[in-house]
Design a protein around this ligand. Structure first.
Ligand code: NDP
Ligand code: BG6
Length: 503
């Protein structure tokens, strides 16, 4: 099987999935209908799926093949002809994951599909179930002899959704369970942020240009701010979120992945090993707080009632599935330090929250002031620090802020900016994150998936914070929904003489 590098030149036009079966566990769930199926439909419409392709859904809900097919059509806004045709071949297996019968039935269906559709024994399992059954499903697949490929060049891979563990210990336990059934090379741990075009563009910006990398270090950078803001609340995922909070839900994975891409050294090659080696090295350089330091470096917040995007919204504690006295954080801000030559002394401020004024993700780098400003103070009142802002979503692009002369007789200088917009610059359609990652898993490219050592290092960074949060006396700062978080988060920067950027 030839492997393609999704980030490599020339790979775009011929990127097609090989013949294979995608087995989705948790096929009756939210992720399957909201993300996986629309992504597959896009791949089908873009002719990136071969004729020898089939989906087999697995879940406990009783359904016949036809019911599953009808559901996968009904949940799609305007199903295309390509999607309708693809769905008509979908199969479904109903069963409990604790019953060997479920897997024996799946094995029979897979054999039928391989024989009828020419899928060559190639299988990608996708665990879209609640995380507590990840290990059980992997073990049951191994017990049925379904976790390893035949010795005929076929492949068997497994994609695992987040969260990957609840802390370092449980992530290691899960890894032990997964490795008992699958080789690391078969395991694809997903973080959908890595599937976002603009997250990958951090690599392009840094390593395809001569002008940014020389200033991408402590000599020029004063500090970095990473914001992952959401206007949504927890919706119907309250009971899941209660056990997660922003730290496990966003910081441990999405934020640390974006941070790693920002921090990392240039890899020799843009491939799975090159990128992941450098990311894990970068994460290892992140200073791990002691439990005692957490109170000084981290702000934990939760939203109260308020107004977001013109509508009144309930407090987190009033959401369905949430305890009336919940202390779960829906907001987190923290100051991080990185102990290496490139970044020593440069603070990285990160914040994420639900029910903030808008959905907005960016990495903003602010630069040191010039050593000497040869203009009068009043002539430079409107001049702020130079900044480079990578806008990840929703208005994808890059902004460079710099000083320019204000037209007129006086020599006044103020900040202005140059904006690059993805949408305006490129005609190509941007694939959705899941579309990209599903195709990568089928093609067999793990570059944009998380390796086991990265997961562990991310938990090492997060674990002391979890421990500090577990103390009932750790403060939870409340903020009104529709504001940019609690005042305590502003103080985190105030004391360093800095301010959060206002998106
Ligand atoms: P759901 O809660 O919708 O669960 C998916 C399916 O799993 C359900 O339809 C149900 O099907 C089955 N299920 C539920 N409880 C159990 C159980 N105790 N044992 C076995 N099966 C069970 O989850 P989502 O679809 O929202 O999420 C799936 C995975 O994806 C999770 O790991 C989640 O963390 C992750 N994820 C989800 C996102 C989302 O936006 N939804 C975003 C990022 C990650 P049945 O009862 O028919 O078996
Ligand atoms: C998921 C989290 O991983 O990411 C959700 O579980 C969050 O809570 C979502 O809403 C945000 O993703 P995106 O792509 O909308 O930024």
């Amino acid at each position: 099987m030839t492997e393609q590098n999704p980030l490599a030149e020339g790979a775009e036009s011929d990127r097609r999935a090989p013949p294979c079966v995608l087995v989705v566990f948790g096929a009756s769930g939210d992720l399957t209908t909201r993300k996986l199926m629309p992504a597959l439909a896009e791949l089908a419409d873009g002719r990136r799926l071969p004729a020898a392709f089939c989906v087999v859904g697995v879940a406990r809900t009783e359904m016949a093949d036809e019911d599953f097919q009808a559901r996968m059509l009904a949940d799609m806004d305007k199903p295309s002809a390509a999607w309708e045709s693809l769905v008509s071949g979908f199969r479904y297996v109903a069963g409990d994951y604790s019953h060997p019968d479920t897997f024996a039935a799946l094995k029979r269906v897979l054999a039928e599909v391989h024989a009828a559709r020419g899928t060559g024994g190639n299988v990608v399992y996708y665990l879209a179930t609640p995380p507590q059954v990840f290990g059980e499903v992997a073990a049951a697949l191994a017990a049925e002899g379904m976790s390893k490929p035949e010795d005929d060049g076929s492949f068997v891979r497994i994609v695992i959704e987040k969260p990957y563990g609840r802390d370092l210990g449980s992530a290691r336990e899960l890894d032990a369970q997964m490795h008992a059934s699958f080789d690391e090379s078969q395991i694809y741990r997903i973080d959908h942020y890595l599937g976002k075009e603009t997250v990958q563009n951090v690599l392009a910006l840094r390593f395809a240009n001569a002008i940014f990398e020389p200033i991408w270090n402590r000599r020029y950078v004063d500090h970095v701010q990473i914001t992952v803001a959401e206007s949504l609340g927890v919706g119907h995922r309250g009971s899941f979120y209660e056990g997660a909070g922003a730290l496990r839900d966003i910081v441990q994975n999405h934020v640390l992945q974006v941070l790693a891409l920002t921090l990392m050294e240039p890899p020799a090659t843009i491939d799975a090993q090159g990128i992941r080696d450098e990311k894990v090295k970068a994460l290892r350089a992140v200073d791990i707080l002691s439990v005692d330091e957490v109170g000084n470096e981290v702000v934990r917040g939760q939203y109260d009632r308020g107004w977001v995007e013109g509508g009144e919204v309930p407090a987190y504690r009033e959401e369905e599935g949430v305890a009336a006295d919940s202390r779960t954080e829906t907001y987190m801000a923290m100051r991080m330090q990185v102990d290496n030559w490139r970044w020593a002394g440069v603070p990285f401020y990160v914040r994420t929250g639900k029910r903030l004024p808008k959905r907005y993700t960016e990495v903003a780098m602010e630069f040191h002031d010039v050593p000497h400003l040869p203009f009068g103070r009043k002539d430079t009142r409107g001049l702020g620090p130079n900044a480079l802002v990578l806008r990840i979503q929703p208005d994808e692009g890059i902004t460079l802020r710099f000083g320019a002369k204000v037209p007129g007789q006086a020599f006044r200088v103020r900040s202005t900016s140059m904006d690059f917009s993805y949408g305006a610059a490129f005609m190509e359609e941007t694939p959705e994150a899941y579309e990209r990652l599903l195709l990568d898993a089928m093609v067999g490219d793990p570059t944009l998936f998380i390796r086991t050592d990265e997961v562990e290092q991310a938990w090492r960074i997060v674990d002391p914070i979890l421990e500090a949060f577990a103390d009932p006396s750790f403060p939870v700062a409340h903020y009104q929904a529709g504001t940019w978080g609690p005042r305590e988060a502003d103080r985190l920067l105030d004391r360093d003489g800095r301010r959060w950027r206002s998106p």
